[in-house]
Design a protein around this ligand. Structure first.
Ligand code: ZN
Ligand code: FE
Length: 257
């Protein structure tokens, strides 16, 4: 059981590609390679050889580099069986609950529909690392392009239940703008205030706010806190209101924020 090294590669305006390297075997994966060029450069700088691509969902800003990277390296392309017809170059189809190996590092796959129907997340328990694409963001969550609020709420609860120390590697640097909405929802949440200060300091020096942790998101992310009385009140509902109704209203308000 080996721990992964994770390298963050910023691409496009606000996407992150993550390079996962398992040092014993040399196995190396790119999570959601939006574009090939910066990934190839980062691999060369590290001296790593790409063995896998992991896709969380089919959107072009997550799969745009698949074909060229596959051509250049012959790597395997891992994606959801449910989305096999929409993931370019897919060679390994995975499904909910399945475990597979990157070298000697075990990854567990979760279905997390909502942003898209076939969206999945990859969890490496021994490395305390979660790759959740556009499902859970720091201080936010993905837009509902294909799924229902009910699906998304259940997906978020699945991720919220992972161990507190789990590092959350989400696919976009949206934290600061998510934070402006979060602050409106829970102005009196001291954990959120501290996180916003930390985020501003990181962004002021051009550093990523990713990864966050499950503990931090539980404490600060309004979309994971739809069952908190403060959040229910913020959207005009009674404390104890159905968390799904609170989540649905929060997501609606964020869409027009
Ligand atoms: Zn997306
Ligand atoms: Fe995206």
């Amino acid at each position: 059981m080996a721990k992964l090294t994770v390298e963050i590669v910023p691409v496009l305006s606000d996407n992150y590609v993550f390079l996962l390297h398992e040092p014993n075997s040399g196995a190396t994966a790119a999570v959601d390679p939006a574009v090939p060029g910066p990934v190839i450069e980062a691999l060369a700088a590290k001296g790593w050889r790409l063995s896998h691509i992991f896709n969380t969902h089919h959107h072009a800003d997550h799969t745009g580099g698949n074909r060229e990277l596959q051509r250049a390296t012959g790597c395997a392309v891992v994606g959801a069986r449910r989305d096999a017809d929409r993931i370019p170059g897919i060679t390994v189809e995975v499904r909910n609950g399945e475990t597979f190996l990157l070298g000697s590092a075990a990854a567990r796959v979760f279905d997390v529909p909502g942003h898209t129907i076939g969206h999945i997340a990859y969890w490496f328990p021994d490395s305390e690392a979660l790759f959740c694409g556009d499902t859970l963001f720091s201080l936010g969550c993905g837009r509902l392009f294909e799924g229902t609020p009910d699906q998304m709420w259940r997906s978020l609860v699945t991720l919220r239940d992972l161990p507190a120390a789990t590092r959350v590697f989400c696919a976009h640097e949206y934290t600061q703008s998510n934070g402006r909405f979060a602050r409106l929802v829970e102005r009196g949440n001291p954990a959120l205030t501290a996180r916003l200060d930390e985020v501003d300091a990181l962004r002021a020096t051009g550093q990523p706010t990713v990864p966050s942790t499950i503990a931090s998101e539980r404490a600060c992310n309004p979309f994971l806190r739809a069952d908190q009385p403060t959040v229910a009140r913020a959207v005009g509902m009674e404390p104890g209101a159905d968390p799904l109704a609170v989540f649905t209203e929060l997501r609606r308000r964020k869409d027009v924020f």
